[in-house]
Design a protein around this ligand. Structure first.
Ligand SMILES: Nc1ncnc2c1ncn2[C@@H]1O[C@H](COP(=O)(O)OP(=O)(O)OP(=O)(O)O)[C@@H](O)[C@H]1O
Ligand SMILES: [Mg+2]
Length: 172
């Protein structure tokens, strides 16, 4: 299973099969994508906090697997080695809020964004970055907004006090 996914990633890299904004993600099938990370800690954080959010009912893609880079010896002997870390997750079909031309849909997407941010704060997670337009996708068929990109989310330990009204980054 793991080997199969690695092969799919290697093929997607070779074919440069990318979708999305910024650095984008590799499309492995119409069901799953792989997001590359050069840092182990960012990859682990994305996977763990994404899993936690999903398990607590937050509207995020389902996390599938965390893939490690190949060891250097294997890299020397293979054309298809993986140099980076990858988080494999459910592929979301959707448009960013800014791309929505229907005002009702845009309003609904913004409502869901605020609702999910509130629910994350209830879970003591600061979803820094979530107001960036490219960090969520609205699926029109499901009428559902998915939050993406959890690298910058921070969990606040129970023993620390925290202020729900702190400003979230607000660029788009
Ligand atoms: N699960 C997904 N399904 C479909 N498209 C996705 C998914 N995850 C990411 N994308 C697309 O890839 C783009 C980049 O993903 P993301 O925002 O997670 O990474 P990034 O901004 O490059 O990450 P980083 O915060 O590490 O710099 C998104 O804006 C979106 O267009
Ligand atoms: Mg992003």
């Amino acid at each position: 299973m793991m080997k199969e996914i690695k092969k799919q990633i290697q093929k997607a890299i070779k074919d440069n099969n990318k979708i999305g904004f910024g650095r984008g993600v590799y499309e492995l099938s119409d069901q799953i994508v792989a997001k590359p990370f050069s840092s182990k800690w960012r990859a682990l954080h994305e996977y763990e906090i994404g899993m936690f959010a999903y398990n607590n009912g937050i509207q995020v893609p389902r996390m599938h697997q965390l893939i490690r880079p190949d060891r250097w010896l294997k890299r020397l002997n293979s054309d298809y080695h993986l140099k980076e870390w990858y988080v494999v997750m459910q592929k979301i079909e959707g448009a960013t809020i800014r791309e929505l031309t229907n005002e009702f849909e845009a309003q609904e997407a913004r409502r869901q964004l605020n609702q999910e941010i509130d629910r994350l704060l209830d879970l003591r997670i600061y979803p820094y970055d979530s107001l960036f337009s490219n960090n969520s996708l609205f699926n029109r068929k499901e009428n559902r907004l998915y939050l993406l990109d959890f690298c910058e989310w921070k969990r606040i330990p129970e023993c620390e006090s925290f202020d729900r009204n702190v400003n979230l980054c607000h660029k788009s």
